[in-house]
Ligand binder design. Structure first.
Ligand SMILES: Nc1ncnc2c1ncn2[C@@H]1O[C@H](COP(=O)(O)OP(=O)(O)OP(=O)(O)O)[C@@H](O)[C@H]1O
Ligand SMILES: [Zn+2]
Length: 467
């Protein structure tokens, strides 16, 4: 299996640090608002990565933090007249509402920065003792030039970095490249006691500390969005490696941008859709399908057109499953013929194509293509005279692989095909015309049992599936 590592800018053979255990840390949301579709790309990607590693037999431990203290949090809390804690509580809850709806599994640990202040202070003290950190009037800075490998993740040398760095008004650092580990309290800000006086932690140090606390000094995979390579992850490396003398993460994985008209979707540009709003219009799996139709590192453009394409492609997969199930009901109980054995072999090859694609740095686009190949093979080779075993095998394969990508959560065996529903509705209409209301009610109840709700409207009978 290969993973593209931002550290080497190459696809590398994946080998966990210890046996088949894989520890993953990804940077989670700053909880001052609902998350948008761009943020969701990161969460959905790592959910897929996690599923696939599990599918490959790895024992995965996954940690994703909540940044619940920073300038944005403080500003929003003040605007709303609530505490930073209350704001964090509220949007952590909202995060879970949307993430659960998207089928993103909970992490093994979701640590909050503000609940790790003591751990953060301990690491800053170590950095100070080792000569990597200095204090000025209650602020503590990390001295970037002291760390020999500074720039190794973003592939820039310190002089280039120096040229791009600034000292903002109010900052008291010695060198523009240095960054804050601890910020002295300003009026109206929440603050914690520390050896440098009251203050709060910087953003970068919280991730170093929480990653190491829950996953050890060296983790297997560290992930996040593209804008985190520099400075955030570069600084996390500098802090963690200076403190422990060990590599911080073996692989760094960065997701590509989700754009809108070729511009990054972001809160500050105002060109964003929240997941909450998108889910009013689209099924969560459609959003997932849209994202996974492209490789996770490619930039993608978000648009209604693409979402509709994703919707109809996903529907084709669902319809294939329902067709398979329908044929299965009338299929023959017999051993597969030689031709069917050959068919099963081809389906096995399609499964291998899926695995090969996913092994190649999680190429979900090609993996989805393998699912469609599977459906095509089925349509060509299977009919109502086929062996039941063969049909069941195909359903199992498609479900097994689709679920790795987070699809088919709504496929319930025993559901009816659209045409069957239509036929039953017509039967019911006939019964009503013949004033056989008992039969009409019976049909209605049967449909209800299968999760189909009928609605009598002046324009005729409409139906929908109950979610
Ligand atoms: N358009 C995007 N495409 C891909 N990833 C993104 C995009 N916007 C944000 N992210 C990622 O989402 C994750 C959550 O970040 P966070 O909550 O801090 O976002 P944010 O900084 O508030 O978003 P914004 O950039 O809209 O202000 C990060 O890993 C970040 O890199
Ligand atoms: Zn982080």
């Amino acid at each position: 299996m290969k993973i593209f590592n931002t550290l080497s800018r190459k696809k590398e053979e994946f080998a966990p640090l210890s046996g088949n255990k894989v520890n993953i840390y990804t940077c989670g949301p700053t909880v001052y608002d609902f998350f948008h579709v761009g943020n969701a790309r990161v969460f959905i990607t790592f959910d897929m990565v996690r599923n696939y590693l599990k599918f490959r037999g790895y024992d995965v431990k996954f940690v994703q933090n909540f940044t619940d203290i920073d300038d944005k949090m403080i500003k929003r809390a003040n605007e709303e007249g609530i505490t930073v804690r209350e704001l964090g509580d509220r949007f952590i809850k909202e995060y879970f509402t949307d993430a659960d709806a998207l089928g993103i599994k909970r992490a093994d640990v979701h640590p909050r920065a503000t609940e790790h202040i003591g751990d953060i202070i301990d690491i800053i003290k170590i950095l100070e003792d080792k000569g990597y950190a200095y204090e000025v009037d209650g602020d503590v800075y990390y001295e970037a030039r002291k760390f020999r490998d500074y720039g190794k993740l973003s592939h820039q040398n310190p002089d280039e970095l120096e040229a791009g760095a600034r000292i903002e008004p109010g900052e008291k650092k010695k060198d523009p490249m240095d960054f804050a580990l601890w910020k002295a309290k300003k009026p109206g800000e929440p603050a914690w006691e520390s050896p440098w006086g009251e203050g709060r932690p910087g953003w970068h140090i919280e991730c170093s500390v929480m990653a190491m606390k829950y996953l050890g000094e060296t983790i297997d995979i560290h992930g996040g969005g593209p804008d985190l390579i520099f400075p955030h992850h570069e600084n996390e490396i500098a802090q963690s490696e200076a403190a422990t003398g060990k590599p911080f993460a073996k692989y760094f994985m960065h997701v590509g941008y989700l754009n809108i008209n070729n511009q990054k979707m972001s809160k500050s540009l105002g060109n964003f859709f929240t997941v909450r709003d998108i889910l009013k219009k689209y099924d969560p799996e459609v959003l997932r399908f849209f994202m996974l139709s492209s490789h996770y590192r490619s930039p993608i453009n978000f648009s209604e057109d693409f979402m509709q394409q994703a919707r109809s492609a996903l529907e084709r997969l669902y319809n294939a499953l329902y067709t398979m199930e329908h044929l299965e009901k009338t299929a023959v109980d017999k051993e597969p013929t030689a031709g069917e054995e050959q068919y099963l072999k081809i389906q096995q090859q399609n499964k291998e194509k899926f695995i090969e694609a996913m092994d190649d740095d999680f190429n979900t686009a090609d993996a989805i293509a393998a699912l469609f190949d599977m459906v095509r093979e089925f349509n060509v080779n299977i009919n109502e005279n086929s062996s039941r075993k063969v049909i069941i095998k195909t359903i199992e394969l498609l479900l097994e692989l689709g679920k790795v990508l987070g699809f088919f959560g709504k496929f319930k065996q025993g559901e009816l095909l659209d045409e069957e529903i239509q036929r039953k509705i017509e039967e019911r209409q006939q019964a009503r015309k013949a004033r056989n209301f008992a039969l009409a009610d019976k049909i209605r109840d049967e449909l209800k049992e299968k999760g189909i709700i009928l609605e009598d409207t002046p324009a005729g009978v409409r139906w929908k599936r109950q979610n």
